[in-house]
Ligand binder design. Structure first.
Ligand code: NDP
Ligand code: X2W
Length: 334
């Protein structure tokens, strides 16, 4: 199947290229950014002698001439303007941005006015462990945010066993590539090197995403207290969930049962780390309890399971291919 990557000069766009080059079923037919007029090997020198393809100035009509499915690795708002056109032209769309992840009211509260309200109802939240059946027939995938991916995979198996009158705390830490390729004061080397800090405590826009998906899947209006931190790492995300159990239960049994048939979840007996999942689509999970106090630890690669490899898993499912086809499993260790 011929596919397009729009936003190929960014971090998640580069990861999409790297995965799709080796994919047995998908063929990269179109690559674009906001200016075009460059070869992909000059855009990403790491791709010299690997792929030789022109980068176009993104244009939906041109995409429709050569591809059946498009990956949008674009900032929010820009993504929905392309998605709208591409869907009208009959393409399937995997959107890595936040544009179709939330209910309209929540989206407009945390992001901006929605420019494609018509297609929100068609979007399926692309967390395969929980929405696989809907993904199979979707034409538009709202690929989950990186923090919600790691947080939901840790939290959801325990929702039925948690005292939902008590607070749930999520302490999350991300590598700097989570902020995209454009540097800012916060991501400047001198600011982030040898440093670590929280940002947007209880206000980050991934908090309502986690809350909304728990409500949809479990029918529970839980209190999520989410605090992200920035780490001096290029890639990687570590999420710690703290909650209160209703009863003194076997937490490992629950976790193992929840994910027993899941290709890309690994349940660890020791606390998880980001290096063991870097370069892969795995989400590694570890659980412990202290009486009724619950701790679940989750590690992903923010650029892969948090974005690009999860996007390709969703594309595999939509196309009827095996979930794992062409998906990276070997971590960048050491
Ligand atoms: N980084 C991460 O870990 C994660 C990112 N995401 C989401 O994925 C999306 C992409 O993120 P990321 O790769 O980090 O972002 P980057 O900032 O690294 O890249 C953005 C890309 O969008 C392109 N772009 C911007 N405006 C336009 C336009 N008008 N027309 C065509 N192309 C345009 C840029 O092209 P140009 O170079 O020409 O400006 C660039 O290729 C975002 O919505 C982000 O929130 C989701 C989960 C994790
Ligand atoms: C480290 C860092 O800055 N991470 C980003 C989240 C990643 C992301 O891209 O989020 P959306 O897809 O929802 O836009 C942030 O905190 O905004």
């Amino acid at each position: 199947m011929n596919v397009a990557i729009i936003g190929a000069s960014g971090y998640t766009g580069l990861e999409l290229i790297k995965i799709l080059i080796n994919h047995p079923k998908f063929n990269i037919a179109y690559i674009a950014n906001s200016s075009g007029d460059i070869n992909v090997k000059d855009l990403h020198p790491c791709l010299k002698n690997v792929i030789n393809m022109d980068v176009s100035l993104a244009n939906a009509s041109e995409v429709a001439k050569v591809a059946d499915l498009a990956f949008l690795a674009l900032p929010h708002k820009t993504a929905m303007s392309f998605a709208k056109e591409l869907l009208e032209l009959g393409l399937k769309v995997i959107d890595l941005s936040a544009d179709y992840r939330l209910e309209l009211e929540t989206y407009e509260k945390y992001y901006c006015e929605h420019l494609d309200k018509e297609h929100i109802k068609d979007a399926v939240y692309g967390l395969p462990e929980y929405f696989k059946e809907d993904i199979k027939t979707a034409k538009l995938i709202a690929n989950p945010g990186c923090y919600p991916t790691a947080s939901l995979l840790a939290l959801l198996p325990f929702i039925d066993y948690i005292d939902t009158d008590a607070q749930i705390f999520i302490d999350a830490k991300s590598g700097v590539s989570g902020a995209g390729k454009n540097p800012s004061e916060t991501t400047h080397y001198c600011q982030i090197n040898d440093n670590v800090h929280a940002y947007n405590p209880f206000k980050h826009r991934h908090m309502p995403e986690i809350h909304e998906k728990v409500k949809i899947l479990k029918g529970k209006d839980v209190s999520i207290n989410f605090v992200p931190h920035l780490l001096p790492l290029t890639r990687g995300m570590l999420v710690s969930v703290f909650a209160t159990l209703k009863d003194d239960i076997d937490v490992n049994e629950i976790l193992n049962k929840a994910y027993k048939d899941c290709e890309f979840i690994r349940i660890r007996e020791k606390p998880v780390d980001v290096k063991s999942v870097a370069g892969t689509n795995f989400c590694d999970l570890f659980v412990a309890k202290n009486g009724k106090a619950l701790f679940v630890s989750s590690a992903i690669d923010n650029l892969l399971r948090g974005a690009s490899s999860q996007a390709v898993v969703n594309a595999n499912i939509i196309c009827g291919y095996e979930e794992y086809e062409g998906i990276p499993k070997i971590a960048y260790v050491p």
